[in-house]
Design a protein around this ligand. Structure first.
Ligand code: GAR
Length: 213
């Protein structure tokens, strides 16, 4: 890692975009030395695109094609083209609900980051907070990880625990997890874009955590 566009981020999301908003707010406050160059969504009316519009950030709906859980080849190629044209170094998944496949992973090898609403490797996949509630764990949490070919299996960069209360519903637990997400994602991105991570295989070591400063 040692590139002059390391501070340039592209965001992919399918939902309301609260993680993107937290990232954007961290940039505007001066905490996160980065810039969001482009926002892409596979959902035409996703809130994340509206937030991008409100913040005057280039944004596009990319029709995902015929598959439910991944992008088809032309959608993938379109995403790669748009991200490359915008000059981003990091691809940040913020509630993106499709699995990325070979061509995409190769185009941005070791530069794709995801946030997942559980303490991986527990509860990968969809609705992780509901999985945690069903299992009746006492703690779940948030994981930020690099993206590899598996589903939520990439090298873990950071995690934060979140307690599960006896009276939690799916809604209250996800809300508590999201509050942790809004803290953790900007912090990890700050350490990534400033080159503080040393990653060797599954071992991601933080040389110096700005959050402690
Ligand atoms: C977040 O909780 C994120 O962790 C989750 O989707 C939500 C998106 O919220 N992602 C996944 O479950 C990925 N498998 P947001 O649109 O408000 O950022």
């Amino acid at each position: 890692m040692g590139s002059d566009n390391q501070h340039k981020i592209g965001i992919l999301g399918s939902g309301k975009g609260s993680n993107f908003l937290a990232i954007q707010n961290s940039i505007r406050s001066g905490y996160l030395p980065a810039s969001v160059e482009i926002v892409l969504s596979d959902v035409e009316n996703a809130g994340i695109l509206t937030i991008a519009q409100d913040h005057h950030i280039p944004h596009h709906f990319v029709n995902p094609g015929r598959f439910r859980s991944r992008l088809d080849e032309s959608a993938e190629a379109e995403c790669i083209r748009l991200l490359r044209e915008s000059g981003v170094y990091w691809v940040v998944l913020a509630g993106f609900m499709r699995v990325l496949k070979g061509a995409f992973l190769e185009a941005f090898a070791d530069r794709i980051v995801n946030i997942h609403p559980s303490l991986l490797p527990s509860f990968p996949g969809l609705h992780a907070w509901e999985q945690a509630l069903d299992y009746r764990v006492k703690y779940t949490g948030v994981t930020v990880h690099l993206v590899d070919r598996g589903v939520d299996t990439g090298t873990i960069l950071a995690q934060h625990p979140v307690p599960v209360m006896d009276d939690d519903t799916s809604l209250t637990l996800h809300q508590r997890i999201q509050q942790a997400e809004w803290q953790l994602y900007p912090r990890v991105l700050k350490n990534l874009v400033t080159g503080r991570y040393s990653v060797r295989g599954r071992n991601a070591v933080l040389k110096e955590d700005h959050f402690q400063a």
